[in-house]
Design a protein around this ligand. Structure first.
Ligand SMILES: C[S@@+](CC[C@H](N)C(=O)[O-])C[C@H]1O[C@@H](n2cnc3c(N)ncnc32)[C@H](O)[C@@H]1O
Length: 180
């Protein structure tokens, strides 16, 4: 098993842990099985975790993490729930592994959420977006999210894409956005 090039979620967590100075408030845009929320809960004072699937939200609420607010709504409405500056946002797009493949993030709402997230992001803040292009909606997300992010002014944002060169079958991509 590879340590660096194995799992983009592990890489996203490492980047956030090492390079983000202020770890006060974070958003998990896609709660799912809660692995990213667990990571954020461990490192941040306050975490907002969104998922449209009631079961994902109910499962996480059972963990009774005092610094996590679970929100059973779409992440494109995040500005209705989060009224403070955030230092970090994680999006793990696509469908829940082992779950219903028809319940997936969608390019329009993913992009809208990212745009709203950029407004809430603090100076020095990081957004980590994992994109899975092995399904149709994932391909659309890749196209529209990368098109939008590549046009962000470089004086305000740094954007980096981590992609696999020698993997087959539509490997995932990790996109990191850092606000100056
Ligand atoms: C790849 S999974 C997330 C994995 C998760 N981060 C983890 O650690 O297990 C994607 C999740 O996004 C959720 N989702 C889909 N559309 C959404 C939306 N518009 N807003 C919030 N969550 C959404 C799905 O229900 C699914 O649970």
């Amino acid at each position: 098993m590879y340590k660096y090039v194995g799992d983009i979620s592990v890489l996203a967590h490492y980047i956030i842990k090492e390079f983000l100075e202020n770890k006060l408030v974070a958003i998990d845009g896609t709660l799912g099985n809660g692995y990213d929320t667990d990571f954020l809960s461990e490192h941040f004072n306050k975490v907002y975790a969104f998922d449209i699937q009631k079961s994902a939200c109910e499962n996480y609420i059972m963990k009774e993490k005092s610094n996590v607010s679970v929100i059973n709504d779409s992440h494109h409405l995040l500005n209705e729930y989060v009224k403070e500056e955030v230092n970090c946002i994680i999006y793990n797009l696509g469908f829940l592994p082992g779950g219903d493949k028809n319940i997936t993030t969608e390019h329009n709402t993913s992009l809208e959420s990212i745009k709203k997230g950029l407004k809430l992001l603090s100076s020095g803040g990081i957004i980590a977006i994992s994109i899975y292009t092995g399904h149709n909606e994932g391909k659309k997300e890749e196209t529209c999210i990368l098109e939008y992010l590549q046009r962000l002014p470089k004086s305000k944002y740094g954007v980096m894409v981590h992609s696999y060169l020698n993997r087959t079958n539509n490997p995932p991509k990790l996109v990191i956005v850092e606000k100056k």
